[in-house]
Design a protein around this ligand. Structure first.
Ligand code: WT7
Length: 647
């Protein structure tokens, strides 16, 4: 047993003696100690990694330009691979890859084997003209080469920009253009729900009109994908000719490690910049402390490599810690709804890290699926991505964790690079809907809109204070003004505005209530209402469009689109289908509205701004409130009929 029930409080658990003994932090005093001197706390953590050259100053602050480990030289790939081999752990398994088709065998790569592949591929990239500082696009499914590619980029100091493989060609192109990537690494395809998905076709479309000159293609399917002479080359052919010797490049701690595009409140995604040293330190420390990583552990983070969760807790975090990371190619319902539990039994997974939306889906599928498998290897469970409801938490804790394992609810963002707020496994408490406290060495609080700190129980906004955590983003690629406006306009340059609503209890444990901007969380995917709007607006039949989110019992939230068609165009199911196809083309399936409601008019202010507040209330069946500032209040009555609103 790793947890104990609180004898007095309902739904509250604490670490058992056994958990406290094994955990990296089990003394409450760590919080006060780290808060008294955050820079000293992170410096001690940095000393756990390898530095080619130690830093001269640990932290430097200037408005919108904070730096960690200034003057230090390190390398993410060296710390992920070479360091463990030098310590004699080269034969430990680094990656287990589970393909979706059940008749295909799992692949295991030791640290030595992964090191060799990464070194070869780093030389392949150099051979294609990639130099330190050049951005490299990665558009890969969940195959081991995704880890190889990211690590190879890190090895030579070429920042990667991973694009989620289900994103559309247009989304891929936008990101390649913004990043100025000259090389793209992709695959011919992959398996999803038993079907072969043709990724190369999308990659070809996305590359057209981008600065990409060379495309490396990993063969996952039958190799029949068309290759463009002079531009495309097969990964396995390039690898066969490459030298396995490629010493890691000493990188400046503040050199760009990678870009990852995420949704802001506008239609244009932001290229979030993460630098090398601070990111390495926080990724290593949070993976170790939060998931209680120890030698021999088999850690499974079920996110996709296309998200920050995949970057930090499939690739860098576990590998920096020298444990085994599990990569699963496919869908949780292939070949049946028991696949996750079959994988845990088969590979004896010790920690599982997944999203509330997945848990709610498993609850729907029923207890009989996990009941078929032996899940006793699990020691700890994690969740991330959105607020978790009490029922889903309890089901995860009881049915998957067998009532033995702590559930660590981790709040963080693409921008923070690594976990920020959660309970520590050796300290607790573990309470449904409560994420916990800011990680030691991270200062944050709940503020009101004027920046005043709020007391227990009072709802406000979560902010993070200077000295900022080492992995916090250093900027938005190519757009310093947007960076300042997005995160530091609200409370000034010394307090990072998270855009999340939150409150805390008397002990300082934080409950995240959700985004306060127009960013949705759809089945764990971050999406701006404005992105869906601008996608729909690309269809010439659309005159006006407004998108709002509606709560959904499995996906958390779903987009609902209100569409006004151009004059003379009749509404029909065909147009609905066509609009869905437009979204598919512009964003990909993750952006598809749950419902498209055709309307004769949308509510607007006198200055012509769409009143999304009213639409939001309508789809939630809540009172629409004051309509006196509307230009066209009569539009609301018609809308009430169309959405079946009764409040
Ligand atoms: C937004 C960031 C960072 C990992 C995946 C999402 C929401 C994230 C939690 C949590 C409640 C959460 C926030 C945040 N969120 N974790 N444990 N409890 N909400 O990364 O795509 O950058 O989205 O996800 O609203 O701002 P992302």
């Amino acid at each position: 047993m790793w947890v104990e029930k609180d004898p007095e409080k309902k739904n509250t658990y604490w670490p058992s003696e056994a958990m406290k003994e094994r955990a990296w932090a089990s003394d409450e005093a760590i919080y006060a100690e780290a808060a008294a001197d955050p820079v000293a706390f992170w410096t001690a953590r940095a000393d756990e990694l390898h530095w080619f050259k130690r830093w001269e100053s640990a932290y430097e602050y200037a408005p919108h330009a904070y730096k960690w480990f200034v003057g230090g030289k390190t390398n993410l790939s060296y710390n992920s691979l070479d360091r463990h081999i030098e310590a004699g752990r080269g034969d430990h398994v680094a990656v287990i890859w589970e393909p979706e088709p059940v008749d295909e065998e799992a692949v295991k790569l030791t640290y030595k084997e992964l090191h060799e592949r990464v070194s070869r591929f780093a030389n392949v990239l150099r051979g294609l003209g990639v130099e330190k500082g050049d951005r490299v696009g990665i558009y890969l499914p969940m195959i081991p080469e995704a880890v190889v590619a990211m690590q190879a980029c890190a090895r030579i100091g070429a920042p990667h920009s991973v694009v989620f493989s289900a994103f559309s060609p247009d989304s891929l192109r936008d990101r390649l253009v913004d990043a100025g990537a000259k090389v793209l690494i992709t695959a011919d395809g992959y398996y999803r729900r038993g079907k072969q998905i043709d990724l190369k076709k999308n990659a070809d479309l996305g590359v057209t009109g981008s600065p990409v000159e060379k495309v490396v293609v990993v063969q996952r399917l039958d190799g029949s994908a068309p290759m463009e002479a002079g531009r495309d080359a097969w990964y396995h052919e390039l690898m066969a000719d490459a030298s396995p010797d490629c010493p890691a490049e000493p990188m400046d701690a503040e050199d760009l490690a990678f870009l990852l595009y995420t949704s802001g409140t506008t239609g244009k995604p932001k290229g979030i910049m993460h630098t090398t040293g601070g990111y390495a330190v926080q990724a290593h420390t949070t993976a170790k402390w939060n998931y209680d990583l120890h030698e021999g552990d088999i850690f499974w983070c079920t996110a996709d490599v296309g998200w920050i969760t995949g970057h930090t807790y499939i690739n860098y975090g576990p590998l920096l810690n020298g444990v085994t990371t599990l990569v699963y190619e496919g869908s949780p319902d292939a070949p049946d709804n028991g696949r996750f539990w079959a994988i845990i039994e088969k590979h004896k997974v010790t920690q599982l890290y997944t999203a509330p939306t997945a848990i709610r889906m498993f609850v729907k599928w029923g207890d009989e699926w996990p009941a078929k498998y032996d899940l006793s290897s699990l020691r700890l469970l994690g969740t991330v991505g959105e607020p978790i409801n009490v029922d889903a938490w309890n089901w995860y804790f009881e049915v998957i964790g067998g009532g033995r394992c702590p559930v660590i609810d981790t709040w963080w963002q693409t921008e923070t690079g690594a976990n920020m707020v959660n309970s520590l496994p050796g300290i607790g408490p573990f309470v449904p809907t409560i994420a916990g406290r800011p990680f030691p060495g991270i200062l944050g609080d709940i503020l009101d809109s004027t920046g005043q700190p709020l007391g227990p129980g009072e709802g406000g906004y979560l902010a993070i204070f200077n000295p900022f955590p080492p992995a916090l983003t250093r900027g938005i690629y190519g757009d310093p003004e947007r960076f300042k406006a997005q995160y530091y306009a609200e409370y000034g340059p010394e307090r990072y505005f998270t855009s999340d609503g939150a409150r805390k209890d008397a002990a300082g444990n934080i409950r995240i209530t959700g985004r306060v901007d127009d960013v949705m969380n759809v089945a764990g995917h971050r999406l701006a209402t404005a992105e869906v709007e601008s996608a729909l607006a690309q269809n010439e039949k659309v005159s006006e469009v407004a998108v709002v989110s509606r709560p959904h019992d499995v996906k958390g939230e779903v987009p609902i689109a209100f569409v006004l068609l151009r004059g003379g165009i009749e509404t029909s199911d065909d147009i609905r289908k066509e609009l869905m196809a437009t979204v598919n083309q512009v964003i990909g399936p993750t952006g598809r509205p749950d419902e498209i409601i055709f309307v004769p008019d949308v509510p607007k202010t006198r200055s012509g701004k769409i009143m999304r507040r009213v639409l939001k209330a309508l789809v939630r069946n809540e009172p629409v409130g004051d309509l006196t500032t509307l230009q066209n209040p009569e539009s609301v009555d018609k809308l009430k009929e169309l959405v079946g609103h009764s409040a």
